[in-house]
Design a protein around this ligand. Structure first.
Ligand SMILES: [Zn+2]
Length: 273
């Protein structure tokens, strides 16, 4: 029997999915008309407040927390029905409870969670492969293989029964890896716990990059994913949070500016982003 993991959750039946897409579209039309119009003018992402979703459809809010990929797919399909071809990302923030970094456990894998912490390390922005394309050498069919954790793999078998493939392409996105550390008020003098964060697409835009630089304090929602620790087939796992939404709660340099300029008017902690 197949185990449920983030990447291969059982799909919703088609009619059920369409029902939820229609419902999500109704939410967008009722509550997010203006925000969507901004997306049409070039804003790459639509931020949806969890409490608004929860009020509108507690059922979809529950699915988002427990099987986030399903709602990501539904939300993006609903947006595409309104603005086809714009490729607008839907991002969710303000989920009811933060999870402390030190409390992250295996039960959180594949779930939609929120953590808060200060950026300690941030990588450069670099491309990463998200999927590879393989052509069957026998029938010419092309199979798309999403990556699994940090690894890419060949397809096992073509629908024609053959197993010989050559790689014919890949999908790449821009990404950045962060290490965030839990806020000092939680540590009670212990060594602070850390977690790795994966940012991609519009989250690494010039603004996203500034927001995620070391020293800033962030509230991040995303899906906790597991990767083998060390070798590909290791039984030991590590976590990272695949970020869906990033909200700075304190900007390192802005705080410094306030200190050095003696509370310069008009520069609030988050007002200078
Ligand atoms: Zn084939």
């Amino acid at each position: 029997m197949a185990t449920k993991t983030g990447a291969d959750i059982q799909a919703l039946p088609d009619d059920r999915k369409q029902e939820l897409v229609t419902r999500f579209r109704l939410l967008l039309e009722k509550k997010y008309q203006k925000t969507l119009a901004k997306c049409a003018e070039g804003n790459p992402a639509l931020d949806v407040d969890f409490s608004v979703l929860d009020k509108f459809s507690p059922e979809m809010a529950d699915i988002l927390l427990s099987e986030p990929e399903k709602i990501f797919e539904i939300a993006e399909e609903a947006v595409n029905q309104i603005y086809a071809d714009l490729n607008i990302k839907v991002r969710f923030f303000n989920i009811p409870e933060d999870t402390n970094i030190r409390d992250l456990r295996s039960k959180h894998i594949g779930k939609f969670i929120s953590v808060e912490g200060t950026v300690r390390r941030a990588s450069e922005i670099r491309p990463e492969i998200m999927a590879t394309m393989w052509e069957c050498e026998d029938c010419g069919d092309v199979i798309r293989q999403p990556r699994k954790g940090a690894f890419i793999s060949r397809p096992w078998q073509c629908s024609c029964g053959k197993k010989d493939f050559k790689q014919v392409g890949s999908e790449k996105i821009d990404s950045r890896w962060l290490t965030i550390e839990e806020p000092f008020e939680l540590t009670e003098g212990d060594r602070p716990s850390q977690v790795t964060i994966f940012l991609s697409e519009d989250l690494v835009s010039p603004e996203g990059r500034r927001n995620s630089d070391p020293g800033n304090r962030l509230k991040i929602t995303g899906v906790l994913r597991d990767v083998p620790r060390g070798k590909a087939y290791s039984v030991k796992l590590d976590f990272y949070l695949d970020a869906n939404h990033v909200q700075p709660t304190e900007i390192g340099w802005a705080k410094l500016e306030i200190t050095f300029l003696g509370g310069f008017q008009g520069h609030s902690k988050t007002g200078c982003i």
